[in-house]
Design a protein around this ligand. Structure first.
Ligand code: ADP
Ligand code: ADP
Length: 235
């Protein structure tokens, strides 16, 4: 079970004059319930990799197994994969489109064609998980602080009850207090919901104390894959 990536390559603009070999023979394994940090400089391939994990981008070559099934096999249910592997983008603005917080969080489960009651139950549950109480429900997501917007975006993904939660730089642009609050909240999801978490960051210091294992990307290659303690020895 979990996620397994085998010999994954991805080339943007494959076959054109603008080829970018963004992932180079990436191999990795993530077990259920692990808390993984994914780090690397800007342009190292982090965003490209995570978009493969929920099927948004299809590998140029290689394979990805989710719960032991090859997601590139014929008839694989990519739609289901996208709700099982929830992705929170770096810029929460890209994920917020409704008039109030509650409707925004209902958006995902609504698309899953659930009953109104089930949709609302999930939205409440998700908002509680990220620490937003009823006083936020009717507020416009656009009037919230950066940290609060992130929480709404995270709740929107949690409302689909994913098994894996991937967060792309969830602390970007936040002050130290906001950063700690979001990371503590994510740690709580990991501990209390036993959720598999993949946390993308360009700062090892920020995430080392939270994660079980760190994957380091460099120019499209996975160059380290070890505990924070071991990875620190090499940096
Ligand atoms: P990372 O820290 O993941 O390396 P980057 O800063 O390189 O992220 O940005 C990733 C992508 O997002 C780039 O294509 C960049 O142009 C785009 N981007 C940067 N800032 C913003 C923004 N404020 N809103 C939307 N997209 C942005
Ligand atoms: P990171 O998330 O670590 O900043 P990315 O996965 O965004 O890295 O980028 C990896 C490489 O792919 C970089 O060289 C980047 O310029 C390139 N790249 C990213 N998005 C695109 C795109 N839409 N078209 C072409 N090249 C891209």
């Amino acid at each position: 079970m979990g996620i397994k990536v085998e010999h994954l390559n991805y080339i943007y603009g494959n076959g054109t004059a603008f080829e970018q070999h963004a992932l180079k023979d990436v191999n990795l394994e993530i077990k259920d319930g692990e808390f993984i940090g994914l780090i690397g400089h800007t342009g190292s391939g982090k965003s490209t990799l995570i978009q493969h994990l929920n099927g948004l981008i299809r590998g140029t070559s290689g394979a990805i197994y989710y719960n032991d099934k090859n997601i590139y096999s014929d008839g694989y249910n990519m739609q289901a994969l996208r709700s099982q592997v929830g992705l929170v983008f770096q810029y929460p603005e890209h994920q917020l489109f409704e008039v109030d917080v509650f409707s925004d969080v209902c958006f995902g489960p609504k698309n899953q064609k659930l009953s109104k009651e089930e949709i609302e139950t999930r939205a409440r549950e998700a908002l509680t998980m990220v620490g937003l109480d009823e006083s936020y429900y009717k507020r416009s997501p656009f009037d919230l602080s950066g940290g609060q917007k992130r929480r709404v975006a995270i709740a929107g993904v949690l409302a689909m009850r994913p098994e894996v939660l991937i967060l792309d730089e969830p602390t970007a642009g936040l002050d130290p207090k906001g950063r700690d609050e979001i990371l503590d909240q994510i740690e709580r999801l990991h501990k209390e919901q036993k959720m598999t978490i993949i946390l993308v960051s360009h700062s090892m210091e920020d995430i080392a104390r939270y994660v079980d294992r760190i994957l380091v990307m460099n120019h499209g290659e996975k160059v380290f894959d070890d505990t924070p303690k071991e990875v620190f020895k090499h940096y």
